[in-house]
Design a protein around this ligand. Structure first.
Ligand SMILES: Cc1cc2nc3c(=O)[nH]c(=O)nc-3n(C[C@H](O)[C@H](O)[C@H](O)COP(=O)(O)OP(=O)(O)OC[C@H]3O[C@@H](n4cnc5c(N)ncnc54)[C@H](O)[C@@H]3O)c2cc1C
Length: 418
């Protein structure tokens, strides 16, 4: 079958790879000049199932309300009248019961763990290099109550097949290889979690796709899909018309813009909303001592991963529409937190700054499904776990397209009525 994959972020390129493995002819289209030019460009680098917690919980709205008062809060919210935002909030509110939080967290952890296995296969098949570290991630706490809550919730991860070890503050410091930080009370170690640079992975895998015969069209904007007789027959692009038997939309936060007019007549809507995050990458000098493994300083909202001679750190969940702009002040708290946690971790005077958008659904689960339009498929909305979920999401999509059967239950992954 000739399949056009729209979007060459980590999800689109991973999807292209799985489809090529299944023997399809693949065309991969992206408007950027290279793969991983948008949300997959400079994320935190954590391939982690160990803390795959759904955002929706009975405490979520209290956190959001608090964020309105403080500019440096982990969650930031720019007040908006955007109907798209308020539609998303209405659906998110439904996910904020204890029952929905448990179900969503279990489903997310299961997909993350499955995806880690598929990613390991992809690495074995392709030998791609991306500053990978496969020695676990540490999720640590300074607040004892938060640690106790997270430790109880880690049962959901374990039920989903994720290995978690409770560790005390001294062990956290030893794992990180840092001194100071005496206020760390303890943490959760996920020994099978990994880290690595998603952009390098995506670029290298795109190259393997090209070698395996994919027709990769960069600098090509998809303007619209052409439907004839209830079937998608072509994509109208800035580089002309692209015809295929199937089209898989992997456009991250932009999936909604392309699909909304097509899905509306069916009473369907894509509940994917952008949530901005800020990332800084610092050079590591010879005498610096970066954290030995990646992880998250949970109470300070700082995610980090060592990439050889670079240290990547990210912070903040900012509801700021589709803006990717940033100001120096957006990073002030990140720098301060980084210096506090890892005083000699890197050259903090030389940051490379970036802001990206997480394609968030209200449940935290992506939508991996066929649409009511023949030949039109969807693999988008991996949210704050898109790097972790990409390989597994790609395999699920390829299996669904080939056989209608998938290795994981379909519940939570379907396109649902608006
Ligand atoms: C600060 C931050 C930290 C994060 N940390 C982590 C982490 O540690 N671990 C983790 O698992 N996840 C993390 N994530 C989430 C992860 O980065 C995303 O979920 C993931 O990159 C989404 O990938 P994608 O391929 O769906 O989207 P994208 O990478 O955005 O790819 C979509 C592609 O579609 C293209 N496109 C869009 N519209 C069109 C069009 N009309 N025509 C042609 N091309 C188009 C874009 O150019 C883009 O390349 C983080 C995200 C952020 C912002």
């Amino acid at each position: 079958m000739r399949v056009a994959v729209l979007g060459a972020g980590v999800v689109g390129v991973s999807t292209a790879w799985q489809l090529l493995k299944d023997g399809h002819d693949v065309i991969l289209v992206d408007r950027g000049q290279e793969a991983a030019n948008f949300s997959s460009h400079a994320n935190a680098g954590c391939v982690g199932a160990g803390f795959a917690m759904a955002w929706g919980s009975p405490r979520a709205f209290t956190t959001m309300r608090r964020s309105l008062r403080r500019r440096d809060h982990i969650v930031r919210l720019r007040p908006t009248l955007s109907p798209e935002f308020w539609r998303w909030v209405r659906r998110f509110r439904r996910e904020c019961t204890a029952e929905r939080a448990a179900a969503n967290t279990t489903a997310m952890a299961r997909l993350c763990a499955y995806s880690q296995g598929v990613l390991r296969d992809v690495i074995d098949e392709t030998r791609v290099e991306f500053n990978r570290r496969a020695d676990g991630l540490i999720y640590f706490f300074r607040d004892g109550e938060n640690l106790a809550r997270a430790s109880a919730a880690s049962q959901f991860m374990e039920d989903a097949g994720v290995r978690i070890e409770d560790v005390d503050g001294a062990r956290v410091r030893a794992l990180l290889g840092v001194s100071g930080n005496d206020d760390i009370t303890g943490g959760l170690l996920a020994p099978e979690d990994e880290s690595g640079d998603a952009r390098l992975f995506t670029l290298a895998l795109a190259e393997r796709c090209r070698e395996a015969g994919a027709d990769i069209r960069l600098g090509t904007n998809v303007d619209q899909l052409i439907i004839e007789g209830g079937r998608v027959v072509a994509a109208q692009t800035s580089g002309g018309r692209i015809e295929a038997d199937a089209f898989v939309v992997c456009l991250g936060v932009f999936s909604q813009a392309l699909l909304r007019p097509l899905l509306r007549p069916f009473g369907l809507d894509l509940p994917i909303y952008p949530v901005k995050g800020y990332s800084a990458t610092f050079p590591v000098r010879r005498d610096d001592s970066p954290p030995a493994i990646g992880g998250v300083d949970i109470d300070r909202g700082l995610a980090f991963a060592p990439f050889g001679d670079r240290l990547r750190m990210t912070r903040t969940l900012h509801f700021d529409g589709y803006r990717t702009s940033f100001r120096p002040s957006d990073f002030r708290k990140l720098y301060a937190t980084a210096r506090l946690a890892f005083p000699t971790g890197a050259d903090y005077g030389q940051p490379t700054c970036w802001a990206g958008l997480r394609p968030m659904t209200p449940t935290g689960m992506p939508i991996i499904d066929r649409t009511p339009i023949d030949g039109l498929w969807l693999n988008a909305g991996q949210g704050n776990f898109g790097w972790t979920m990409a390989a597994g999401s790609a395999r699920l999509l390829a299996d669904l397209l080939a056989t209608g059967e998938t290795a994981l239950p379909r519940t939570g992954l379907e396109l649902a009525p608006a």
